[in-house]
Design a protein around this ligand. Structure first.
Ligand code: SAH
Length: 201
């Protein structure tokens, strides 16, 4: 998976590649789809949600330019796979998931796997997680038509947000950097994510 789908498409960040070589993706997909766990596409994980395509996880991770001392906020825990990748690289990961059963299942699984640098909570992640802010990096794994104010407010100076921005059908993977308190945006390529839902559910 890493060689054919990720290195072949130009991801070079050693931290990203070694985390993706280490974390066993089949532990994060439903039992019935295990044989597809390492294939080149997203998979359903229930509750109308998906585990992102491996390449998408890799490029989003690489674009965050993670440091081992970073504290990272993730919005959209889903299966917990991306959460585990982040936790392999950085000091602390805070992840917010809107669907309670996904949040609970992922937290339990990640704990069982031995991760002790991850906290997951149920809630509307577009509001961030004020208690633990500010964050060095923020990753949003659901599509939205705007960059939520709270997320930018909870980002440190020099920090980055990686977020799919667009309409319901397609988005552009966007990297936002906070420079002198202002937003600097860079668009990467088109992508398709499930929507970031901003009501309380
Ligand atoms: N990184 C996950 C992606 C899951 S899909 C993985 O690879 O498994 C996106 C997730 O975002 C879904 O689980 C969805 O329930 C969640 N989500 C949508 N809107 C949200 C919001 N406002 N706050 C937190 N999570 C949200």
């Amino acid at each position: 998976m890493v060689e054919e789908q990720i290195v072949a498409r130009g991801v070079t960040d050693e931290k990203t590649l070694s985390a993706m070589n280490k974390v066993e993706r089949h532990n994060f997909v439903p039992e019935s789809l295990r044989e597809d766990a390492y294939k080149d596409y997203p998979l359903p994980i229930g509750k109308e949600q998906t585990i992102s395509q491996p390449y998408m996880v890799a490029i989003m991770t690489e674009e965050l330019v993670l440091e081992s001392a970073d504290r990272v906020l993730e919005v959209g825990t889903g299966s917990g796979y991306q959460t585990a990748i982040l936790a392999e690289i950085v000091k602390e990961v805070y992840s917010v998931e809107r669907v309670e059963s996904l949040a609970n299942d992922s937290m339990a699984k990640l704990k069982e796997m031995g991760y002790n640098n991850i906290l997951v909570k149920t809630g509307n992640g577009s509001k961030g997680w004020k208690e633990y802010s500010p964050f060095d990096k923020i990753l949003v794994t659901a599509g939205t038509n705007h960059i939520p104010d709270s997320l930018f407010e909870q980002l440190k100076e020099g920090g980055k947000i990686v977020i799919p921005v667009g309409d319901k059908y397609t988005q552009e993977l966007t990297v936002v950097t906070k420079v002198n308190g202002k937003m600097q945006e860079r668009k990467l390529f088109e992508c398709v994510f499930v929507p970031l839902i901003e009501d309380e559910g």
